[in-house]
Design a binder for this molecule. Structure first.
Ligand SMILES: Cc1ncc(COP(=O)(O)O)c(C=O)c1O
Length: 427
């Protein structure tokens, strides 16, 4: 009789892990307060009876709280993490034909933001141990056109910012940290997002802090913050009349409902970070005991890993079944997991077909882009990660320690029962 749930056995878990997003009465109260105040919009709403144009908006309040939490001078909220990347790069002066170095193992936005400004993403491979931009390969990706580097703290694990910043400083390059996964994570005594010239965050639905959608830019540079603010507010200036526009910008504001939720989410974040870290470290120990399973490294420069994803590698020979069989079996055992990205970014049809801008777009002089498939040779670790790793959703790590260990129990069970896959494969 089968033991694996995939073949009809009893699953390790029949109860669900904690739901995401997490919320309680504080989000409900915050939403109702905004609703009944009538100030739903993050702007000066002079037409609202009883509203005071001088009262800080919920968005402004959250900006102060988030900046203080991170230890940054300025935090600016905006519509999405993608918008934050675009705005920060534009404020840094990135424009047509500039090159921006990005890792290929990340969400599209890290590379599409430069493209939306007419710049060219240049892919630099990741480290096998961390899945973050490999500083050893960074210099080789820099050319005379390079303007900026976007290290991604993938899954919330801090990239080696000291080495990246040293290389960037020597060349005068702008460093924008993509901390979309890394709210509250820290490295060498500082919070992520505050180590580079600027950092961005996402508050999209899956992220460790969320308002459904949302983003933020953080920086210590007053001039950069002013420019970002202007771009988010349609090119306006805070002290000038509403219908005066000084530069080409966007409307990338968030609503007061989102900002109110984010303030409530921020209060819960430290306790969630501690729970994820405690359970993640414990799982690292337990998984390292299973043949063919290797959790990612937590290098010495990491103070806090945000564990937006818990990631491990599978060696199918040593484990006994393929990575994709393990994922199917784990899901059947009640563990929410996936293979993550099926290919590095540059293999998306958008890159292979160079579908970036319409004909005649002033942003895209014909012929400036390279053949993106060349990166398949230059980025073996990104290629490999897409074949070898398993992602587990962060909400799993928000359960009590005994329950989070079900992940290790389920993987151990699949390894022990690996023989059950053979007859099925032979059919
Ligand atoms: C690494 C990374 N950067 C940027 C983004 C963009 O954030 P958003 O979805 O808020 O636009 C994401 C979103 O998934 C992400 O994972």
């Amino acid at each position: 009789m089968s033991q694996l749930a995939l073949f009809g056995g009893a699953p390790v878990r029949s109860r669900p892990f904690p739901a995401w997003p997490a919320f309680d009465a504080s989000e409900e109260r915050a939403l109702l307060e905004v609703l009944s105040s009538g100030r739903w919009w993050n702007g000066v709403q002079a037409f609202q009876p009883g509203s005071s144009p001088d009262a800080p908006s919920k968005a402004a309040e959250f900006e102060s709280e988030f900046a203080a939490f991170l230890g940054a001078k300025f935090a600016l909220v905006c519509a999405t993490g993608t918008a934050a990347l675009e705005v920060a790069l534009k404020a840094a002066g990135v424009g047509p034909e500039d090159e921006v170095i990005v890792p290929p193992y990340t969400f599209l936005a890290t590379a599409s933001a430069p493209l939306l400004l007419g710049a060219i993403p240049v892919f630099c491979d990741i480290e096998r141990e961390t899945l973050n931009l490999d500083p050893a390969k960074l210099e080789g990706a820099i050319t005379g056109r390079t303007r900026a580097i976007i290290p991604v703290h993938f899954a919330g694990l801090p990239a080696d910012m000291d080495r990246i910043l040293e290389i960037a400083r020597a060349r005068g390059l702008f460093v924008l940290e993509d901390a979309a996964h890394a709210h509250g994570a820290g490295s060498r005594g500082r919070k992520l997002g505050t180590l580079g010239h600027a950092g961005i965050f996402s508050f999209q639905g899956s992220k460790n802090m969320t308002a459904g959608e949302g983003g933020a830019i953080v920086t210590d540079q007053a001039g950069l913050a002013e420019l970002c603010n202007s771009y988010i507010w349609g090119g306006r200036l805070p002290s000038r009349p509403w219908y005066e526009h000084y530069r080409l910008g966007w409307n990338y504001r968030i609503t007061e409902f989102q900002a109110a939720i984010l303030s409530a989410q921020l209060k819960r974040l430290p306790q969630q970070l501690a729970a994820r870290m405690r359970n993640g470290l414990r799982l690292n120990e337990r998984l390292a005991e299973i043949p063919g399973i290797s959790p990612l490294a937590i290098p010495a420069w990491v103070d806090m890993h945000a564990l937006h994803l818990y990631i491990f590698r599978v060696d199918p020979q040593a484990f006994g079944v393929s990575r994709d069989q393990l994922i199917a079996a784990l899901q059947a055992e009640g563990i929410p997991c996936s293979a993550g990205y099926s290919h590095p970014l540059y293999r998306n049809p958008m890159f292979l077909d160079q579908q970036f801008h319409g004909n005649g777009s002033p942003l895209a002089p014909p012929g400036i882009y390279t053949d993106f498939l060349q990166y398949a040779n230059a980025c073996p670790e990104a290629e490999r990660a897409c074949q070898e790793v398993v992602w587990i959703e962060h909400r799993v790590l928000l359960s009590p320690p005994e329950e989070a260990e079900d992940v290790a129990r389920a993987i151990g069970k699949i390894h022990e029962c690996r023989g059950e896959f053979r007859p099925v494969l032979a059919e």
